[in-house]
Design a protein around this ligand. Sequence first.
Ligand code: NAD
Ligand code: AHE
Ligand code: ZN
Length: 921
Amino acid sequence: MTAITNNYTIRSQQLVAGGGSYYRISHVSTSTKSTMTIGLFVPSRYASSVISTGADGNGVAESTSNKKDNVPALYFLSGLTCDDTNFAQKAGAQAFPAAEKEGIALILPDTSPRDNDMDGNSIPNVVDRYDLGIGASFYVNANQDPYSKNYQMYTYITEELPRFVEEQFGFGRDGLRSIVGHSMGGHGALMIALNNPSGWVSVSAFAPICNPTACKWGQEAFCTYLGTVDAGKVYDATELLLALGRPSKYDTILIDQGTNDEFLNPTNNQLLPENFCKAAESCNQSVTLNMRKGYDHSYFFIAAFIQDHLAFHGKRLRMKQAELLSEACAIPDDVAASTVGKPIVCKAMVARGPKQPLVLENVTVDPPKAGEVRVKVIANALCHTDVYTLDGHDPEGLFPCILGHEAGCVVESVGEGVLSVKPGDHVIPCYTPQCCQPSCIFCQSPKTNLCPQIRATQGIGVMPDGGVRFRGSDGKPIYHFMGCSTMCEYTVLAEISCAKISKELPLEKACLFGCGVSTGLGAVWNTCGVEPNSSVAVFGLGAVGLAVIQGAKMAGASRIIAVDINPDKFSKAVALGATDTVDSSELDKPVQTHIIEMTKWGVDYTFDCTGNVNVMRAALECAHRGWGTSCVIGVAASGHEISTRPFQLVTGRTWKGTAFGGFKSRRDVPILAQRCIDGTLPVDHFITHTFDGVGCTNDAIDALHGGGCLRAVCHHHDVFSIHSSSHASPHPSTDAVICYCCCCSSCSSLSHPEPENQQRRVRVRNHPAILVTIFLQIVSSRVLIVLGGQWPLPLLLAVIHIHHLLLSMKIRIIIIILDWPAANTHCRLLLIDPTAPVPSTSIFILLLTLPSSPASFFPTHDQHPQQQQQQQQHDHDYEPQHLIMSSCYCFDAPLILSISISISIPKGSSGASLLLLSCEY
Ligand code: NAD
Ligand code: AHE
Ligand code: ZN
């Protein structure tokens, strides 16, 4: 299968035993001026998001822009005579499963250019030598002919290939990459890492040529490619260490060397590890040299120890990942300094009433009081209980409130007396807090996790002191929810509700341990203590139910019956360990009867993860006679009660329930997070939907209702977080909502909570990234709709003037003129006669006559549907969206409004501003 993309060719794609996929990919290299081929191992957790097979079964590369994951990468440089395939064929069986476990992508480049270059000339080679020419580039930039044209492998490996891999696949971005090599590749890895310490996280080698200027192989190569041996010193790891004269940035350099290596024996010592170690010693550089008894120079040697090297790099790459993440999540010092002790105005999704969509609003989050912590919510996942409360089923439900309780956060500031966490720490808010007070019989008891310390105030939506820390843009108080309220960019928690976790775990994954996943696992491990070889039935296969299955599988349950009314949930259940699936909506008898028939006496443990009281009964009644235990996890709507015949209990069944899976939050959540970091507790499979910005929470709710969603994670802070500090305390963060017009004087008044400023907007003038983004959007969407009016004449003219450029880029320009003869004149003058037939491929001018006050013509995206309703009632003659929709439809350009662009028209002004609508196909 060969798939051609605009940047590379997928020559082959194979699924690998143990998980993940192996690809061979060719691409045109500007460094070697030839087509280079690399091997690529992609761990299964990333496979689908990087290279997927298209509808026609051929490989299709996704564009990088939607890569969220920064995948750690390990480059393996092969030795003499090898190409890009040797490692995969000879060590892949050991290496790939280890890379799959570590979650590391493997990049396997060729050892030199080969075949023909871009001009069709054969790549120069030294035919009778295996240690010079093709397959023996020594990873240098040759400056001697005939090699200087193509043998630019140093540049290829250190610059071009990482850029290609990052841009095309998202592997190793931000320096999240390490390097290892064998023999000549070992030399390459060591010298490249020492020469480019900021480019690599860690380095290791197998039987490396450590001092090439001092051995025959190296000397001949340097003379051939560089003219002299001395010229090779910059490519000689031992020389580089001596020149460095101090330890490098690498905590240690791992080297494995076989004692039976024929290139180590004194008569033909090409490798000279002792020289490298001496040099390292002289400058206190730690080297971990493992002399492996009996091993030779072959790939058997590599295969034997490659898993150690992957673990070595895996650990260091994860530490780097944590660093990158905490940097990404960190609150800039100037902001932290500027927000501490001050109210923060930020965005939140406010539940204004039951059964109403959430409203995106600016809320003020007050500073933390004594024993409290204010956190920046980085990612928030939606749990069924949030919807249950929003739908008015929660007897403790209060409105207006800010829902959300499954999140990953960074501490922004702490109140008086808080010692357990500090600014910058990564925490998971926990609705079952843990005060750990010696006087707390609940925290002191191993039987429960239900610390009541703040339960009373938590249940009435206030902080322990009885007050709230949220005020709406109308200045009115907003209730807290479950002691968390994470559908907000910042929230305030009680210190005892903060579980501090390692920064190594990305918060958009760690958030899952805030509720559903922990609850499911804990119900099995803590509340029920499911033993190996038990039988289990799980009702409801949402995130909680699937976590129960994962937990039961890990506990060694032998039979796991997965029950749901939505058969689409079965495949994941089976993948996690379910042995049987039952679609109870298809049964012609009660499900409990069906399960008893399947098992004779019922199952040892049953779990309700639906919140449906009838299902809770069914779950109990198919628990094993004599000893079955049924655990209620689901939360039932207020007024719904469970019932069964006492006989069910008399005959030995136990009915119990769990909150947060019985986990003591501050003690156990960090442990769960660490197990996830160590790879023994994967959770990626729970994240089925991701959204950017707290403003997308309603979309997340729609996704959950769609049936195909387990956990929808909203990233609250993305790269465009920008502060506009004109009013009150600095506005902590805003997704970049670009208002790129010349008349939005209201932009900067964002922090003024006047209703008409409900729109999400921050002025980001002249921000190159934004301009480029807009331009790219226009280029990619190939359609530019310009809504012109009186105001933006200069801009309109600008667009008209650059229309040639836009047309040459096959961008269709649609200009909508609002009853402004002047523009007509201009158009007629500068472009084409507006009354002439519309050239369907490029420009269209729509003349419209409009009432005097177009102000209310363009509702903004963020306006709550009710607000839009009112406006439409007000201007029922003109349905602006329909106008725009129709104008786009007449060009069969499906309209996808990118929410990051909006306009507003100051009250009383006539005409309209510039509107950029990107239409994405
Ligand atoms: P979810 O909505 O994602 O999953 C519920 C699943 O139940 C869905 O797959 C649905 O198809 C299935 N279902 C619904 N009715 C059913 C029926 N009659 N028979 C069989 N299957 C049925 O929800 P979730 O986020 O996984 O949460 C599950 C439940 O657990 C909810 O009630 C939630 O409030 C509760 N919960 C409790 C705790 C706790 O600490 N006790 C923690 C988290 C969630
Ligand atoms: N407010 C409801 C109780 C809801 C409920 O049972 N909540 C669970 C957590 S659900 C998480 O998604 C819980 O932990 N309850 C223990 C507690 O103390 O609330 C009601 O019925 O009043
Ligand atoms: Zn929950």
